[in-house]
Design a protein around this ligand. Sequence first.
Ligand SMILES: Cc1cc2nc3c(=O)[nH]c(=O)nc-3n(C[C@H](O)[C@H](O)[C@H](O)COP(=O)(O)OP(=O)(O)OC[C@H]3O[C@@H](n4cnc5c(N)ncnc54)[C@H](O)[C@@H]3O)c2cc1C
Length: 302
Amino acid sequence: MLDSPVIIVGSGLAGYGVARELRKLAPDRELVIISRDDARSYSKPSLSNALALGKTANQLGGASAETMSTQLRARVLANAEVRDIDIAHRKIALDGETLAYSKLVLALGADPISVPLAGNAADEVQRVNDLASYASFRAAIEGDKQLDLQVLSEPTYYEKTSEGTALLMTFLGGAIVFFLSLGAMIGGMITMYGAVDSRKREIGTLRALGFTRLQVLGSFLFESALLALCGGVIGAFAALGMGFVKIGMMNQATWSEMVFSFDPTPDIVIGSVIAGAVMGILGGFLPAARAARVSPIAAMRE
Ligand SMILES: Cc1cc2nc3c(=O)[nH]c(=O)nc-3n(C[C@H](O)[C@H](O)[C@H](O)COP(=O)(O)OP(=O)(O)OC[C@H]3O[C@@H](n4cnc5c(N)ncnc54)[C@H](O)[C@@H]3O)c2cc1C
């Protein structure tokens, strides 16, 4: 009997866990693992959110019975149900086969409790306790046209139910950005007109020294862009404080409250600073053009 293998019944976390530990202690001991399912190694807790994450049973299943057999140097008997255990003679009976064992590990897990249910769909209640039952649960949901159900991941579900609100927010946000940008451009333009007027002598001197109209235009555009860039950086830092503000809004599709907050990603921060510089160039163009037109003689007379 001592020559008989160690038999583990069950290929769940417990069964394969015991097998791994046994291999560390007894690398050469003959080992047989028996499972009534397909003996794939997988993490059973992942069944909890597999549907929400849109995962199929195949995507959850890890190493196959063959891979586990090679890894554990064990004979893995998949789809083999233990029907009887003869403790006196240390034998277990499978369908059509009897195996002797020296040590037996029962890692059978637990069967879900079936709560008695009334109603005309009571026999359609599904219990998900392994990969096979999860596969049939998923197939039932996808296959029942009456239910008109779709399997969606959680983020996709929330994205879809908030499409209308997101559109409204994008429109409102776009309108606010447009008018604020226009205001900023006009503000920048007024500042630059003031700068050109107060520095006419300076411009005239530059022109007299040989600076071309294009160079004067370029220098004022550069100054305007630089000022707007600095303003953009200060504004972006100030806007980071909005990260602490949470705004609640009713989701028209689900009639539930949606809470959203400003999430300043690097792309948004960098984009807004660049947009600020572009506003500076656009707003500074007309004042820069006026500066370029300043006649050196007239400027000296002022
Ligand atoms: C949806 C869900 C979510 C869970 N979430 C968590 C969690 O978040 N955290 C946590 O700690 N635990 C969680 N659990 C519990 C945890 O997953 C289980 O306790 C653990 O996986 C049980 O492992 P096991 O190997 O004992 O049993 P099982 O994984 O059930 O394996 C039993 C094995 O025995 C075999 N078997 C049974 N009878 C026979 C037979 N007669 N002949 C041959 N083979 C047989 C089966 O084929 C199977 O291979 C969750 C369980 C479920 C179902």
